[in-house]
Design a protein around this ligand. Sequence first.
Ligand code: ADP
Length: 486
Amino acid sequence: MKKKVLFVASECTPFVKTGGLADVVGSLPQELNRTEQADVRVILPYYGEIPQVWREQMELITSIQVPIGWRNQEATIHKLSHQDVIYYFVGNDYYFSRRGVYGYYDDGERFIFFSRAVIEAISVLDFEPDILHAHDWQAGLAVAFAKIFEPVDNMKTIFTIHNIKYQGIVPIDAYDDLFNMSHEHIGGMEWNGLINCMKSGIFHADKITTVSPTYAEEIKMPYYGEGLHQILVDRQEDLTGVINGIDVQEYNPMRDPHLISNYKYSRVKKKENKAALQEKFGLPVDPEKPMYVLITRLVEQKGLHLLEAIIDEFLLEDVQCLILGTGDQEFEHYFHHAAERNPDKLAFYRGFDEGLARQMYAGADFFIMPSKFEPCGLSQLIALQYKTVPIVRETGGLKDTVTAYNEVSGTGNGFSFSNYNAHDLLAVLRYSLHIYYQPEQWNKLLKNVNKSHFSWKDSALEYADLYESMVESVYKINTSYANREA
Ligand code: ADP
């Protein structure tokens, strides 16, 4: 029998997206529903940001009262079916009819409300979950409330960590103001004297997953654990890493409408895309020139301090480099000025532009991703899908998806370095150039790149097996108990 699973998340494509979480919550349920093992539905906040085209298709099911401290707040529950997945939305004008998605002073309260509303809503949905699968801090308290209020007998819980850096921290006073629960539960939600939504999810969930096997190991260490490493060590028996996939229909250089020239493997067509990019960015047009690109949020996590330290030195080589990104002013200023210093070699476009990003994935020879930490990373997977060679630091999902090219064995689909050190990055950038100019080696590397595939299929099967094992273990316990009584 299919296991009934309710995803709880704060964003999901195509309704609302600020980052990779939305891609995962948008693709994984569809893929899981194609298996024989799972029937997945998704519950999300009903943001003012959700485009009208989706709102029009929603059906209002009911409204419920959600206890928030001493008072009740109303939540409207809406339903929509899209591409074989049923979505529920929790509406409340006060909390969710605002511009944007996050970044408000009361984000903690907004997602306490959302998490509590999900648990209250379960009894009015036409769907009784076997498993509640919550994603990231915004849904962490849904796991805690599920354990405490038990809306469904024996319902199991999974908490998936997409990025442990963002934890949803709220002053401890919120416990009395917003939870209205006995103090016996405070220990499971508090960390360092504050309410911590991520810790609440980790503490209460039956199983914890994260988005790559290496990140699952890393977050047990102080360097990567953002203060929560010890609780993850305590729970390591229940912690696994399942690598994310990408939507290979969506990211497909054969059909991508943004490209000047569509291709499957053709380097000639790829070079047509490169020439178009060079023209667009005002760089000398020469399709033979090796091109390195970065497409990223401009934040420290992405290893940009390393690139800052060596970019002028690397640009002494006969290469071109393009950077697309927006984020911290420090980096925006730095790359703006670096491009001014190197007008024939480096161009920087400040902004978020999906079409341009795809043209860059297509036109580039190399994709640079020297992250300080990277739970999974989608960009290196998209680069591989567009037959562009990734150059990564060996951390998190980058380590699990990119293997360093080895000239002797001819194995590997990219380049990598281990230590968070700028000159190690420089050395690997120079090495990639060396391989680029050796046709025999370069062709071997490209063959390996062409064979790299990261669709959702395998990851979905891993999740489906996990669901199965969790629900089976409940049946087993119940049966053995029944036998004992008999
Ligand atoms: P993260 O979720 O930490 O930002 P990921 O590599 O998992 O990193 O996902 C980033 C996604 O956002 C990729 O699809 C990438 O192409 C896209 N992206 C990042 N910055 C930009 C930008 N400035 N313009 C367009 N797309 C971007």
